[in-house]
Design a protein around this ligand. Structure first.
Ligand code: SF4
Length: 366
């Protein structure tokens, strides 16, 4: 299938070993899940991180450091607008993250409450390490805790994430579990780890009885030591192994706008969902159409929407949850702006392209 836009995946080569793993993982997946796939979405509370020294992260680059943290704080209307857009398009909230050191913890609790009301369900959070009293404050609104451990091989971990020692994360995972929350970790692939390092992940999932894992394909950022992301086949191997060893775990895989051709392979390898797609940017474009088609070609049912905004009475939808009239107005106006200038606009452009394509003489396409 021709893929629109920039594309860093030139080819995908599946050798016999990987093919066998995929076949096995597919079988395990369909024995345990119904074939639904979705777009996962992380909602960020701020663009600032107090640590800022993970060596693969754009926050570690000089360009990012010169920005003042105060400008990195998102407004409430911006955060809630994103949540409403996620809800109506069924982009599932992977977790709420960021904001540490920017918002007071009680404000974070209030935001969790509102976001869980927007989604009509409890949410997952990825807010760094948390103490028991902090978890207890969040408990009415959350059902899962994510620890961004990045990598689990001890030497690599020290190099990659020097300010994120493992012990406090393990402690937070234990407290979360004790309080009845589901738990998850995020792992970045492409940091130089061999496939053999999967053993650390396997051990960790068993030890903490995780119910979810997210694998992110590294996105190389200028100014960091990394120039290339991992091959799709390498990411697929990690997913197949995880699926085979842990049939019921939820696997989310972070791909990218520039890696779309791998989506079908990653789902066939046993992932439940994809994430890290810039949804509002790609919405209604040929790239969005590609994503829907790639998911279908993996025999999966895409339950999220990226092509056409459903018809929503925003005033009713927003006022149902947001009782502060001024805030509700701000959100509605932001959503309408998105609708008019981004989402529906690109849909109209996309429809025009589709019409032009249809009008073309079929055999040669000219
Ligand atoms: S990876 Fe996360 S913790 Fe590390 S610098 Fe980036 S935002 Fe901060």
């Amino acid at each position: 299938m021709p893929i629109s836009g920039k594309n860093s995946v030139k080819e995908i080569n599946i050798d016999n070993n990987l093919k066998n793993l995929i076949d096995k993982a597919q079988k395990v997946y369909f024995e345990n899940f119904n074939g639904d796939a979705w777009l996962g979405r992380c909602i960020f509370l701020s663009w600032y991180c107090a640590l800022g020294d993970c060596d693969f992260c754009f926050r570690s680059t000089q360009k990012h450091k010169i920005q003042h943290p105060a400008t990195a704080r998102r407004t409430y209307e911006s955060i809630y607008t994103e949540a409403f857009l996620c809800k109506v398009n069924n982009w599932k909230l992977e977790f709420l993250t960021g904001g540490y050191g920017i918002f007071e913890f009680d404000d974070i609790v209030k935001i969790c409450k509102t976001i869980s009301e927007i989604f009509g369900e409890k949410i997952w959070v990825n807010l760094g390490t948390l103490s028991k009293p902090q978890f207890e404050k969040l408990l009415p609104y959350i059902n899962g805790y994510v620890a961004s451990v990045e990598t689990l091989e001890p030497i690599l971990h020290k190099k990659v994430a020097p300010s994120k020692p493992m012990a406090p994360y393990e402690k937070s995972l234990n407290v979360a579990k004790e309080l009845g929350l589901k738990t998850s970790i995020t792992i970045v692939l492409g940091l130089g780890e061999p496939i053999d390092d999967y053993k650390y992940v396997k051990e960790f999932i068993k030890k903490h009885e995780l119910s979810r894992i997210t694998y992110y394909a590294l996105r190389p950022v200028k100014g960091t030591p990394y120039e290339n992301g991992p091959d799709p086949e390498f990411v697929a191997k990690w997913i197949t192994k995880t699926r085979i060893d842990f049939p019921k775990i939820e696997i989310i895989v972070g791909t990218a706008e520039t890696r779309l051709p791998e989506i079908s392979l990653l789902l066939r390898s046993g992932a439940n969902a994809i994430t890290k797609i810039p949804a509002t940017k790609i919405y209604g474009t040929t790239g969005a159409e590609d994503i829907h088609n790639l998911i279908k070609s993996a025999d999966r049912n895409f339950i999220s929407e990226l092509r056409k905004l459903p018809d929503v009475n925003w005033s009713k939808e927003v006022n149902k949850v947001i009782k502060d009239k001024i805030l509700a107005e701000k959100i509605i106006s932001k959503i309408k702006d998105y609708e008019k200038n981004r989402l529906n606009k690109s849909y109209k452009e996309f429809s025009k392209i589709k019409k032009l394509e249809k009008d073309k003489c079929e055999p040669c396409g000219e």
